[in-house]
Design a protein around this ligand. Structure first.
Ligand code: SF4
Length: 370
């Protein structure tokens, strides 16, 4: 594997969302947001657990009403992953959910009214030792900023964000992270670039309202890929009009593609063509689904024929190269004597990948410092 990774991460302040570090030298975290009604505790807990299962580091839950705050209390008792309570205007909800164990408040201090209210929220965050996320969105900029810039521009988004930052500075509160999201890739990217030069707090990346699964994933990969490759970003959320579980998977896929953070299997597969010796597409799809529980980082190449199979297998932890009726199988780049029957390829590969993952995991454990 070509191992060089030229990304130099921007230095940021480390904050904690529950026990998950964000910023500084902490791994870039992947988060999502529930889309169930928060007052439906059972459905929301089930969705959070599904997100935990695919590796979500942090989950955001919308808390629009006092009833939702009461539900948040019950939800928080039933899940392990840190929860960010998303509040927009009513500062009393922030005070309530902080008492109920929220691990972070997503609230813009400039939107909650007079200084007494802001002071109450900041004091409450300090007392409960929880951070705040300032979230600016190109679609909901303040009226006077829109009057000044006429349309959402990077300068407009950053000015809006800095207003909230300045308020928290005034109240001597530095435990916060900031997002400046936009649905336009270039607008979001330039906004984050500019903001990254002005504050040392961690940045929460996202292309907001990115669209449906396919287009949204592509847009997010391009936007976040540009920023992450410049070292900008400490946590991210992929916003998709799709199951939130997909947001986590796409988030990890982006980090994996940039070799920033690995989780689970990185499948290298050819698109297949008439040379394929087995059904590459169905094999890869079946394996991806069956092996979702594996969190060990490893490269597995599934290639339909000898044109590219041996080359990819050489740089994979486990490789398969399609052959006539039986396919060649590689471990750590070495061709094994055993060949795998093409008729039983999925079951056989699943077993072998699981065995290899256990071995890689063992090696990782022995290499970890005490
Ligand atoms: S590796 Fe072989 S089967 Fe796969 S696309 Fe290339 S030529 Fe076709």
């Amino acid at each position: 594997m070509f191992s060089e990774n030229p990304i130099i991460r921007r230095k940021t302040k480390k904050i904690y969302v529950g026990d998950v570090a964000v910023g500084g030298d902490a791994p870039i975290t992947v988060q999502s947001m529930t889309n169930t009604r928060t007052t439906d505790v059972e459905a929301t807990v089930a969705q959070i657990k599904a997100l935990e299962n695919v590796g979500a580091d942090i989950v955001r839950v919308s808390v629009p009403t006092i009833d939702a705050a009461e539900a948040f209390k019950l939800i928080k008792q039933q899940v392990n992953v840190p929860l960010v309570a998303d509040i927009h205007f009513d500062y009393r909800i922030a005070l309530q959910v902080a008492q109920y164990g929220a691990d972070c408040l997503r609230i813009n201090p400039g939107n909650i009214g007079n200084e007494t209210r802001i002071q109450a929220v900041v004091d409450c965050a300090k007392d409960n030792n929880i951070p705040i996320r300032i979230g600016v969105n190109g679609g909901s900029l303040e009226k006077d900023i829109m009057d000044k810039y006429h349309e959402p521009t990077p300068e407009a988004l950053v000015e809006s964000a800095m207003r909230h930052v300045d308020i928290l500075d005034k109240f001597n509160f530095d435990q916060f992270k900031v997002s400046v999201k936009a649905s336009d890739v270039f607008l979001a990217v330039e906004s984050y670039r500019q903001l990254s030069k002005q504050i040392e707090q961690p940045l929460h990346l996202g292309i907001t309202e990115a669209g449906g699964f396919r287009a949204g994933a592509v847009k997010s990969a391009i936007g976040l890929g540009m920023l992450l490759s410049e070292g900008i970003g400490d946590t991210l959320r992929i916003s998709l009009a799709a199951n939130p579980v997909e947001e986590i998977k796409v988030g990890f896929d982006i980090l994996k593609s940039l070799r920033i953070r690995s989780r689970g299997i990185n499948f290298i597969a050819c698109p297949s063509c008439s040379r394929q010796e087995f059904d590459v597409i169905n094999t890869v799809n079946a394996l991806e689904e069956r092996l979702e529980d594996i969190i060990t980082p490893m490269d597995v190449s599934i290639i339909g024929c000898v044109v590219n199979g041996p080359g990819e297998a050489l740089v994979s932890d486990l490789g398969l190269t399609g052959g006539n009726r039986k396919s060649g199988y590689y471990l750590d780049g070495s061709r094994q004597k055993e060949r795998i029957d093409n008729d039983d390829i999925v079951d056989q590969l699943e077993k072998k990948i699981r065995a290899k993952a256990a071995q890689v995991q063992q090696t990782i454990a022995t290499l970890k410092p005490e």
